[in-house]
Design a protein around this ligand. Structure first.
Ligand code: HEC
Length: 127
């Protein structure tokens, strides 16, 4: 009898843990790409993504204009994702473009790449 009580209790604990885990996943995905962009990217790239954020005048290299279809179109989605994940140095660009892998998940970065494609109204180069 006692074991039944314990197993019911642990089943309830397991259900509670699942519920909490589901809640955590839910709140993470509620952070949309646009929200993440306003949180992490606008200070350099600007609210309109034109590379004219409040920090831009103080950087040695101008931040990429994300609304520039030609410049953004020359970069593949993989290159853009790598630049965001590992920072500018990983793609032979300025180290003033930070790495975001500590702040954003791979899924969030993928969503930001899609968001950037909407901003430039362009598709990425094949490679
Ligand atoms: C501290 C300023 C700063 C912040 C914050 C910043 N960037 Fe950048 N970013 C730069 C600079 C500077 C460059 C230009 C690097 C170059 O051309 O050498 C750049 C370049 C890029 C590029 C082009 C990479 C390439 O291969 O040409 C992408 C894409 C990009 N940033 C995305 C982002 C995203 C997305 C965020 C937010 C998650 C972000 N950046 C936040 C400064 C910043």
């Amino acid at each position: 009898m006692k074991t039944i009580v314990i197993s019911k209790f642990s089943a309830a604990m397991f259900a509670a843990a699942l519920f909490l885990a589901a809640g955590m996943v839910g709140s993470a995905s509620a952070e949309t790409a646009a929200d993440n962009y306003s949180l992490y990217c606008v200070q350099c790239h600007g609210t309109a993504g034109t590379g004219k954020g409040i920090n831009a005048p103080y950087l040695a290299v101008a931040p990429r204009n994300h609304s520039d279809a030609k410049a953004m179109g020359e970069l593949s989605d993989a290159n853009v994702a790598l630049a965001i994940t590992e920072g500018g140095s990983a793609v032979g660009k300025s180290t003033q473009m930070p790495a975001w892998k500590h702040n954003l998940t791979a899924a969030e970065i993928k969503d930001i790449v899609a968001h950037l494609r909407k901003m430039c109204k362009c598709t990425g180069a094949a490679k």
